[in-house]
Design a protein around this ligand. Structure first.
Ligand SMILES: Cc1ncc(COP(=O)(O)O)c(C=O)c1O
Length: 444
């Protein structure tokens, strides 16, 4: 029988998941289309690999096991799986058509809606993926400034200009690698040292897990203005989640360009580029940014319904409150158990459990926690990606599961049995790096 969410479960049976995985091996390179959803981020041998259904904050895997989900599709499900108001909007639009031979009125309606919410949205464009939007922003910045180099911080998608800064840069021309660099978050000097006459744009996620310190974002905006560098906020995570108007609204800082996706459409594939008219106007005729599905109507209908609900229910406030229970709860359990080597860090709406190597390999600690949470019916990668569907009952249950799983981790650490108690292969490091890699050599 498939597992329900219960503290007394055995480890789930994952036979169907494994069968699907074996069919995919050799046919689908890397097996997954999204690294964070792929098998490398889940304990092989214990975690399911395929999900077939979701409702609210709960999901069911290919073997029928039920879990509370804290990944929420790696961010998009701000309201929850199969959220009625959004699904009704999608179904209603489906009756009239998905994509058309001419523009659709929703393109205008949604642009008007967004321009009333996002502070820098003097102009609005749509595309399908986050990488489309960040790459369009980078192209606009180069066109506007007549310069080439890009300084970035965070993860910005799979396209050449960004992947050039990572270790996985095979296939990217050296000429591109020579003009993309990173800087360190909260380190204004690392930006100052890297800005030269050829820097077109600074792009960053306004926050990841650290809070900005010493007016970092403000100083960055001033520096970019002084140096004629386009400031781009990549708000894929912060947008429509940290506040409905994202980090721009939350911090009161208006970047030249900003990019959105994930939370804005509750799971439908759409990305949004907003920005100051003087730069965005280059997309009238000068730069090329067009794609067949750019105005696809189901996603636009989903955006409209999602934004209505985010505003009406003040969802960012709820995510913050519900997430605080988990973040604070995690930390008070760890403290009570005397585990000074693990801590939940970050913002309440997306906190992350961090593990110190003084207690053993952090990836093995995280894997053991994941194994024990999955056993108890919680799909957990160390993140608490909150949605409007995570109920009080979910939070209470999750805290119990965390308490039991942290106790298992403590025992493993105390008895030096971390690897022994892990029943599968540990998870791999996450791809995204934020600090101290591929910095631009300091100017002479
Ligand atoms: C901050 C940020 N920027 C850009 C992207 C790329 O978005 P996509 O995977 O939709 O291309 C992501 C994806 O996770 C992201 O988190």
């Amino acid at each position: 029988m498939a597992n329900k969410i219960s503290l007394t479960n055995d480890y789930p049976v994952i036979k169907n998941s494994d069968q699907l995985y074996n069919r995919a091996l050799g046919l689908i390179p890397s097996v997954t289309q999204t690294l964070a959803k792929g098998p490398g981020q889940w304990v092989k041998g214990v975690a399911p690999k395929y999900l077939v259904k979701g409702k609210g904050s709960h999901v069911w895997d290919a073997d029928g096991n039920e879990y509370i989900d804290y990944m929420m599709a790696v961010g998009p499900l701000s309201l929850g799986y199969a959220y009625p108001k959004v699904d009704e909007a999608i179904k209603k639009q489906l009756e009239d058509g998905i994509t058309f031979s001419m523009m659709h009125p929703l393109e205008v309606e949604v642009a008007e809606l967004i321009s009333g919410i996002i502070p820098n949205a003097e102009a609005v464009r749509y595309s399908k993926t986050g990488a489309d939007a960040t790459s369009a922003a980078v192209r606009l910045a180069r066109a506007y400034t007549g310069k080439n180099k890009i300084l970035c911080c965070g993860y910005h998608g799979w396209h050449d200009w960004y992947i050039a800064v990572t270790a996985r840069n095979l296939g990217i021309p050296e000429a591109v690698q020579a003009i993309s660099f990173t800087f360190n978050y909260n380190d204004i000097d690392s930006v100052k040292n890297s800005i030269d006459d050829d820097v077109a744009a600074v792009i960053l996620e306004p926050v990841v897990f650290q809070e900005p310190k010493n007016n970092f974002l403000q100083k960055l905006a001033e520096l970019c203005e002084q140096k004629n560098v386009v400031l781009i906020f990549d708000e894929m995570w912060t947008g429509f989640r940290m506040a409905v108007g994202g980090a721009q609204e939350y911090f009161g800082i208006t970047p030249d360009l900003a990019t959105y996706s994930k939370a804005v459409a509750n799971g439908m594939p759409i990305s949004i580029l907003t920005g100051k008219r003087k730069i965005m106007n280059l997309a009238n005729e000068d730069i090329f940014f067009y794609t067949t599905f750019g105005g696809e109507a189901l996603s636009l209908a989903a955006v409209k319904a999602t934004i209505d609900e985010l505003r009406e229910k003040n969802v960012p406030k709820y995510l913050n409150e519900q997430g605080k229970k988990l973040k604070d709860g995690y930390n008070s359990i760890a403290q009570k158990l005397g585990m000074d080597y693990t801590k939940a860090i970050g913002y309440n709406w997306r906190s992350m459990a961090a593990f110190d190597e003084k207690a053993g390999d952090p990836l093995v600690q995280k894997s053991l926690m994941q194994q024990e949470m999955i056993k108890r019916g919680v799909l957990w990668q160390g993140f608490h990606n909150m949605s409007f569907s995570h109920s009080d009952a979910d939070a209470d249950y999750t805290l119990q599961a965390l308490e039991e799983s942290l106790s298992v981790l403590k025992k493993a650490v105390d008895e030096n049995k971390l690897k022994e108690m892990l029943r599968g292969e540990p998870v791999q490091p996450v791809f995204r790096k934020v600090d101290n890699f591929n910095m631009k050599p300091v100017k002479k």
